[in-house]
Design a protein around this ligand. Structure first.
Ligand code: HEC
Ligand code: HEC
Length: 305
């Protein structure tokens, strides 16, 4: 009994020290930036927001970006809800942010109130794409038009708070980045795998991702990350390296399109959390295919595949 007390006292103390010693509030930006609206920016921004933010912020039952519960976060750290991205003055987040603050959050992970939010990190995103995302979020498109729905409030327990504090490492604020030209499919594909965030799920572990240099992430694109569906089923992300036995080395370009856009792999239907990237152009999907053929083939048999 005595021993048990000591152990719990020590763990609570070390937890407190870890929490206390990590910085938990960071400065947001004071830079000026105003997104430039145009019809093309709006259309392109819609594709990006559906493809990049959709998985975590879109509720397909109401067709709006009102936020959802993030089931992929293990219950051991608490419960996590994303945010309402509509233009609701009461519950939507974008109306409370300036364009510069939004861009700063998406690039560095630092929110307007100084919290570090580790889910959206896109340090390498081109200025143009960042602009278009903001233009779309501020538009009157029905999916982002004001909806006052509240979906739930994130709650971290002690373990969750510790994990968050350890992970709280804002990324450098890099701007002045151009999108690769479309005439270079391999560079475009690499950019898309990075910025749509395919590598976030298709590499070894969320804690071993390298956001600045994605290709240096542990087990880059070789799959194996474990997810749980809402129904509690375990799903493992696929190996997308060109290995012929365990990866997608035998995929044709059109099979790849079907898998990425419609969730239909050659021999099976794909489960969530693999999104259906319906809005991506064939050109973008083909570029990712071309790029993925060039990365090192990794022999890695994924559980259940
Ligand atoms: C992997 C899941 C995920 C993706 C992808 C994602 N988000 Fe989030 N986002 C979250 C979660 C979870 C929160 C809430 C975090 C919290 O409050 O603890 C959040 C919060 C936010 C917030 C609120 C910040 C605040 O001050 O409370 C904004 C704005 C936001 N996200 C924008 C975006 C945009 C724009 C995209 C797409 C470019 C995106 N997110 C993609 C998970 C995600
Ligand atoms: C939120 C996590 C997540 C994201 C983001 C994601 N995937 Fe997946 N993907 C998965 C999971 C999980 C599976 C396995 C699904 C299954 O086995 O039912 C999968 C399967 C696949 C497959 C099927 C391969 C096979 O035959 O086993 C392809 C192709 C694929 N993803 C491509 C992509 C591309 C390209 C992107 C980015 C544009 C992407 N994925 C983004 C989680 C994700």
């Amino acid at each position: 009994m005595r021993k048990f007390h000591w152990i719990s006292a020590i763990s609570i103390l070390s937890a407190a020290i870890i929490i206390g010693s990590c910085k938990t509030k960071f400065d947001t930006t004071e830079s000026n930036f105003t997104a430039t609206r145009s019809e093309i920016a709006l259309e392109h921004g819609r594709v990006l927001v559906y493809s990049i933010c959709g998985g975590c912020h879109y509720d397909p039952t109401v067709n709006k970006f009102i936020g959802t519960r993030i089931h992929e976060v293990p219950g051991i750290v608490g419960t996590v809800y994303s945010a309402n991205l509509t233009n609701s003055k009461s519950n939507g987040v974008p109306p409370r942010y300036s364009d510069a603050e939004l861009r700063y959050l998406l690039k560095t992970g630092v929110a307007r109130d100084g919290r570090f939010i580790p889910y959206m990190l896109r340090p390498n995103m081109a200025d143009e794409d960042m602009n278009d995302i903001i233009v779309y979020l501020r538009s009157d498109d029905p999916a982002v038009a004001a909806a006052d729905t509240t979906i739930g409030i994130t709650h971290f327990n002690l373990i969750g708070k510790m994990a968050m504090n350890i992970m709280a490492k804002p990324l450098p604020y890099k701007t002045g980045i151009n999108r690769p030209t479309e005439s270079d499919p391999i560079a475009s594909g690499r950019y898309l795998v990075d910025n749509i965030g395919c590598f976030h799920c298709h590499s070894k572990s969320v804690t071993k991702l390298n956001y600045l240099y994605p290709e240096q992430s542990k087990g880059y694109m070789a799959g194996g990350m474990k997810f749980k569906t809402r129904q509690g089923m375990e799903i493992y992300a696929s190996n997308l390296t060109p290995d012929k036995q365990t990866g997608i080395g035998d995929y044709t370009q059109s099979q790849f399109r079907k898998a990425v856009k419609d969730g239909e792999a050659p021999h099976r239907n794909l489960h969530p959390p693999m999104p259906k990237f319906k809005r991506l152009s064939d050109r973008d999907v083909d570029a990712m295919y071309a790029y993925l053929q060039t990365i090192p083939a990794s022999f890695h048999k994924v559980h259940g595949h």
